[in-house]
Design a protein around this ligand. Structure first.
Ligand code: CUA
Length: 167
């Protein structure tokens, strides 16, 4: 089979581009650990309390075992419900020891929200009807801002909290 010179150049550049893109995708997925946030786990947005994890008393930070935590959150316009403290005040700051593995599980009963812990790899879309979850290791100490990065209405800019990773 005879291939014209230009056709060969075109084929080689096309195949090279494909290999390059797959390499970039593979690097992001397997080395950087970037994955879709949910595995299509569904929940009735009109009755999120039917799921034990999202009942009022189970919201916020829970220690599961040494260096293992779960954070359950209900995102609503325009607030992240992280439970209440001992005095009954809404929690706006969660403290996690450095190196801990944390599973964040977030749902919303109303509209699409974002869930981004700036400066970490935690960045999810929270959609009504789905449980968005991500497990990550908090390896960097510091104070991080948890914020909504999907426009959700007039109070969008007020939707934030802080995550403190201490040594
Ligand atoms: Cu919630 Cu923007």
């Amino acid at each position: 089979m005879h291939l014209h010179k230009y056709e060969k150049i075109w084929l080689i550049s096309g195949i090279s581009a494909l290999i390059l893109f797959l390499t970039i995708l593979g690097f992001g997925a397997f080395y950087l650990g970037t994955h879709p946030q949910s595995h299509g786990v569904i929940i009735d947005p009109g009755n999120i309390e039917a799921n034990e994890a999202f009942q009022t008393e189970n919201l916020g930070l829970t220690k599961v075992e040494d260096d293992k935590y779960i954070v359950n959150i209900v995102a609503t316009a325009f607030n992240y419900d992280l439970g209440v403290d001992d005095e009954g005040k809404p929690v706006k700051n969660i403290k996690i020891p450095k190196g801990a593995t944390v599973l964040f599980q977030v749902v919303t009963p109303d509209v699409v929200h974002g869930f981004n812990i700036a400066g970490t790899n935690v960045n999810m879309m929270v959609e009504p009807g789905f449980i968005s979850s991500i497990e990550t290791e908090m390896n960097q100490a510091g104070e991080f801002t948890l914020l909504c990065n999907e426009y959700c209405g007039v109070g969008h800019h007020m939707m934030f909290a802080t995550v403190e990773v201490y040594e």
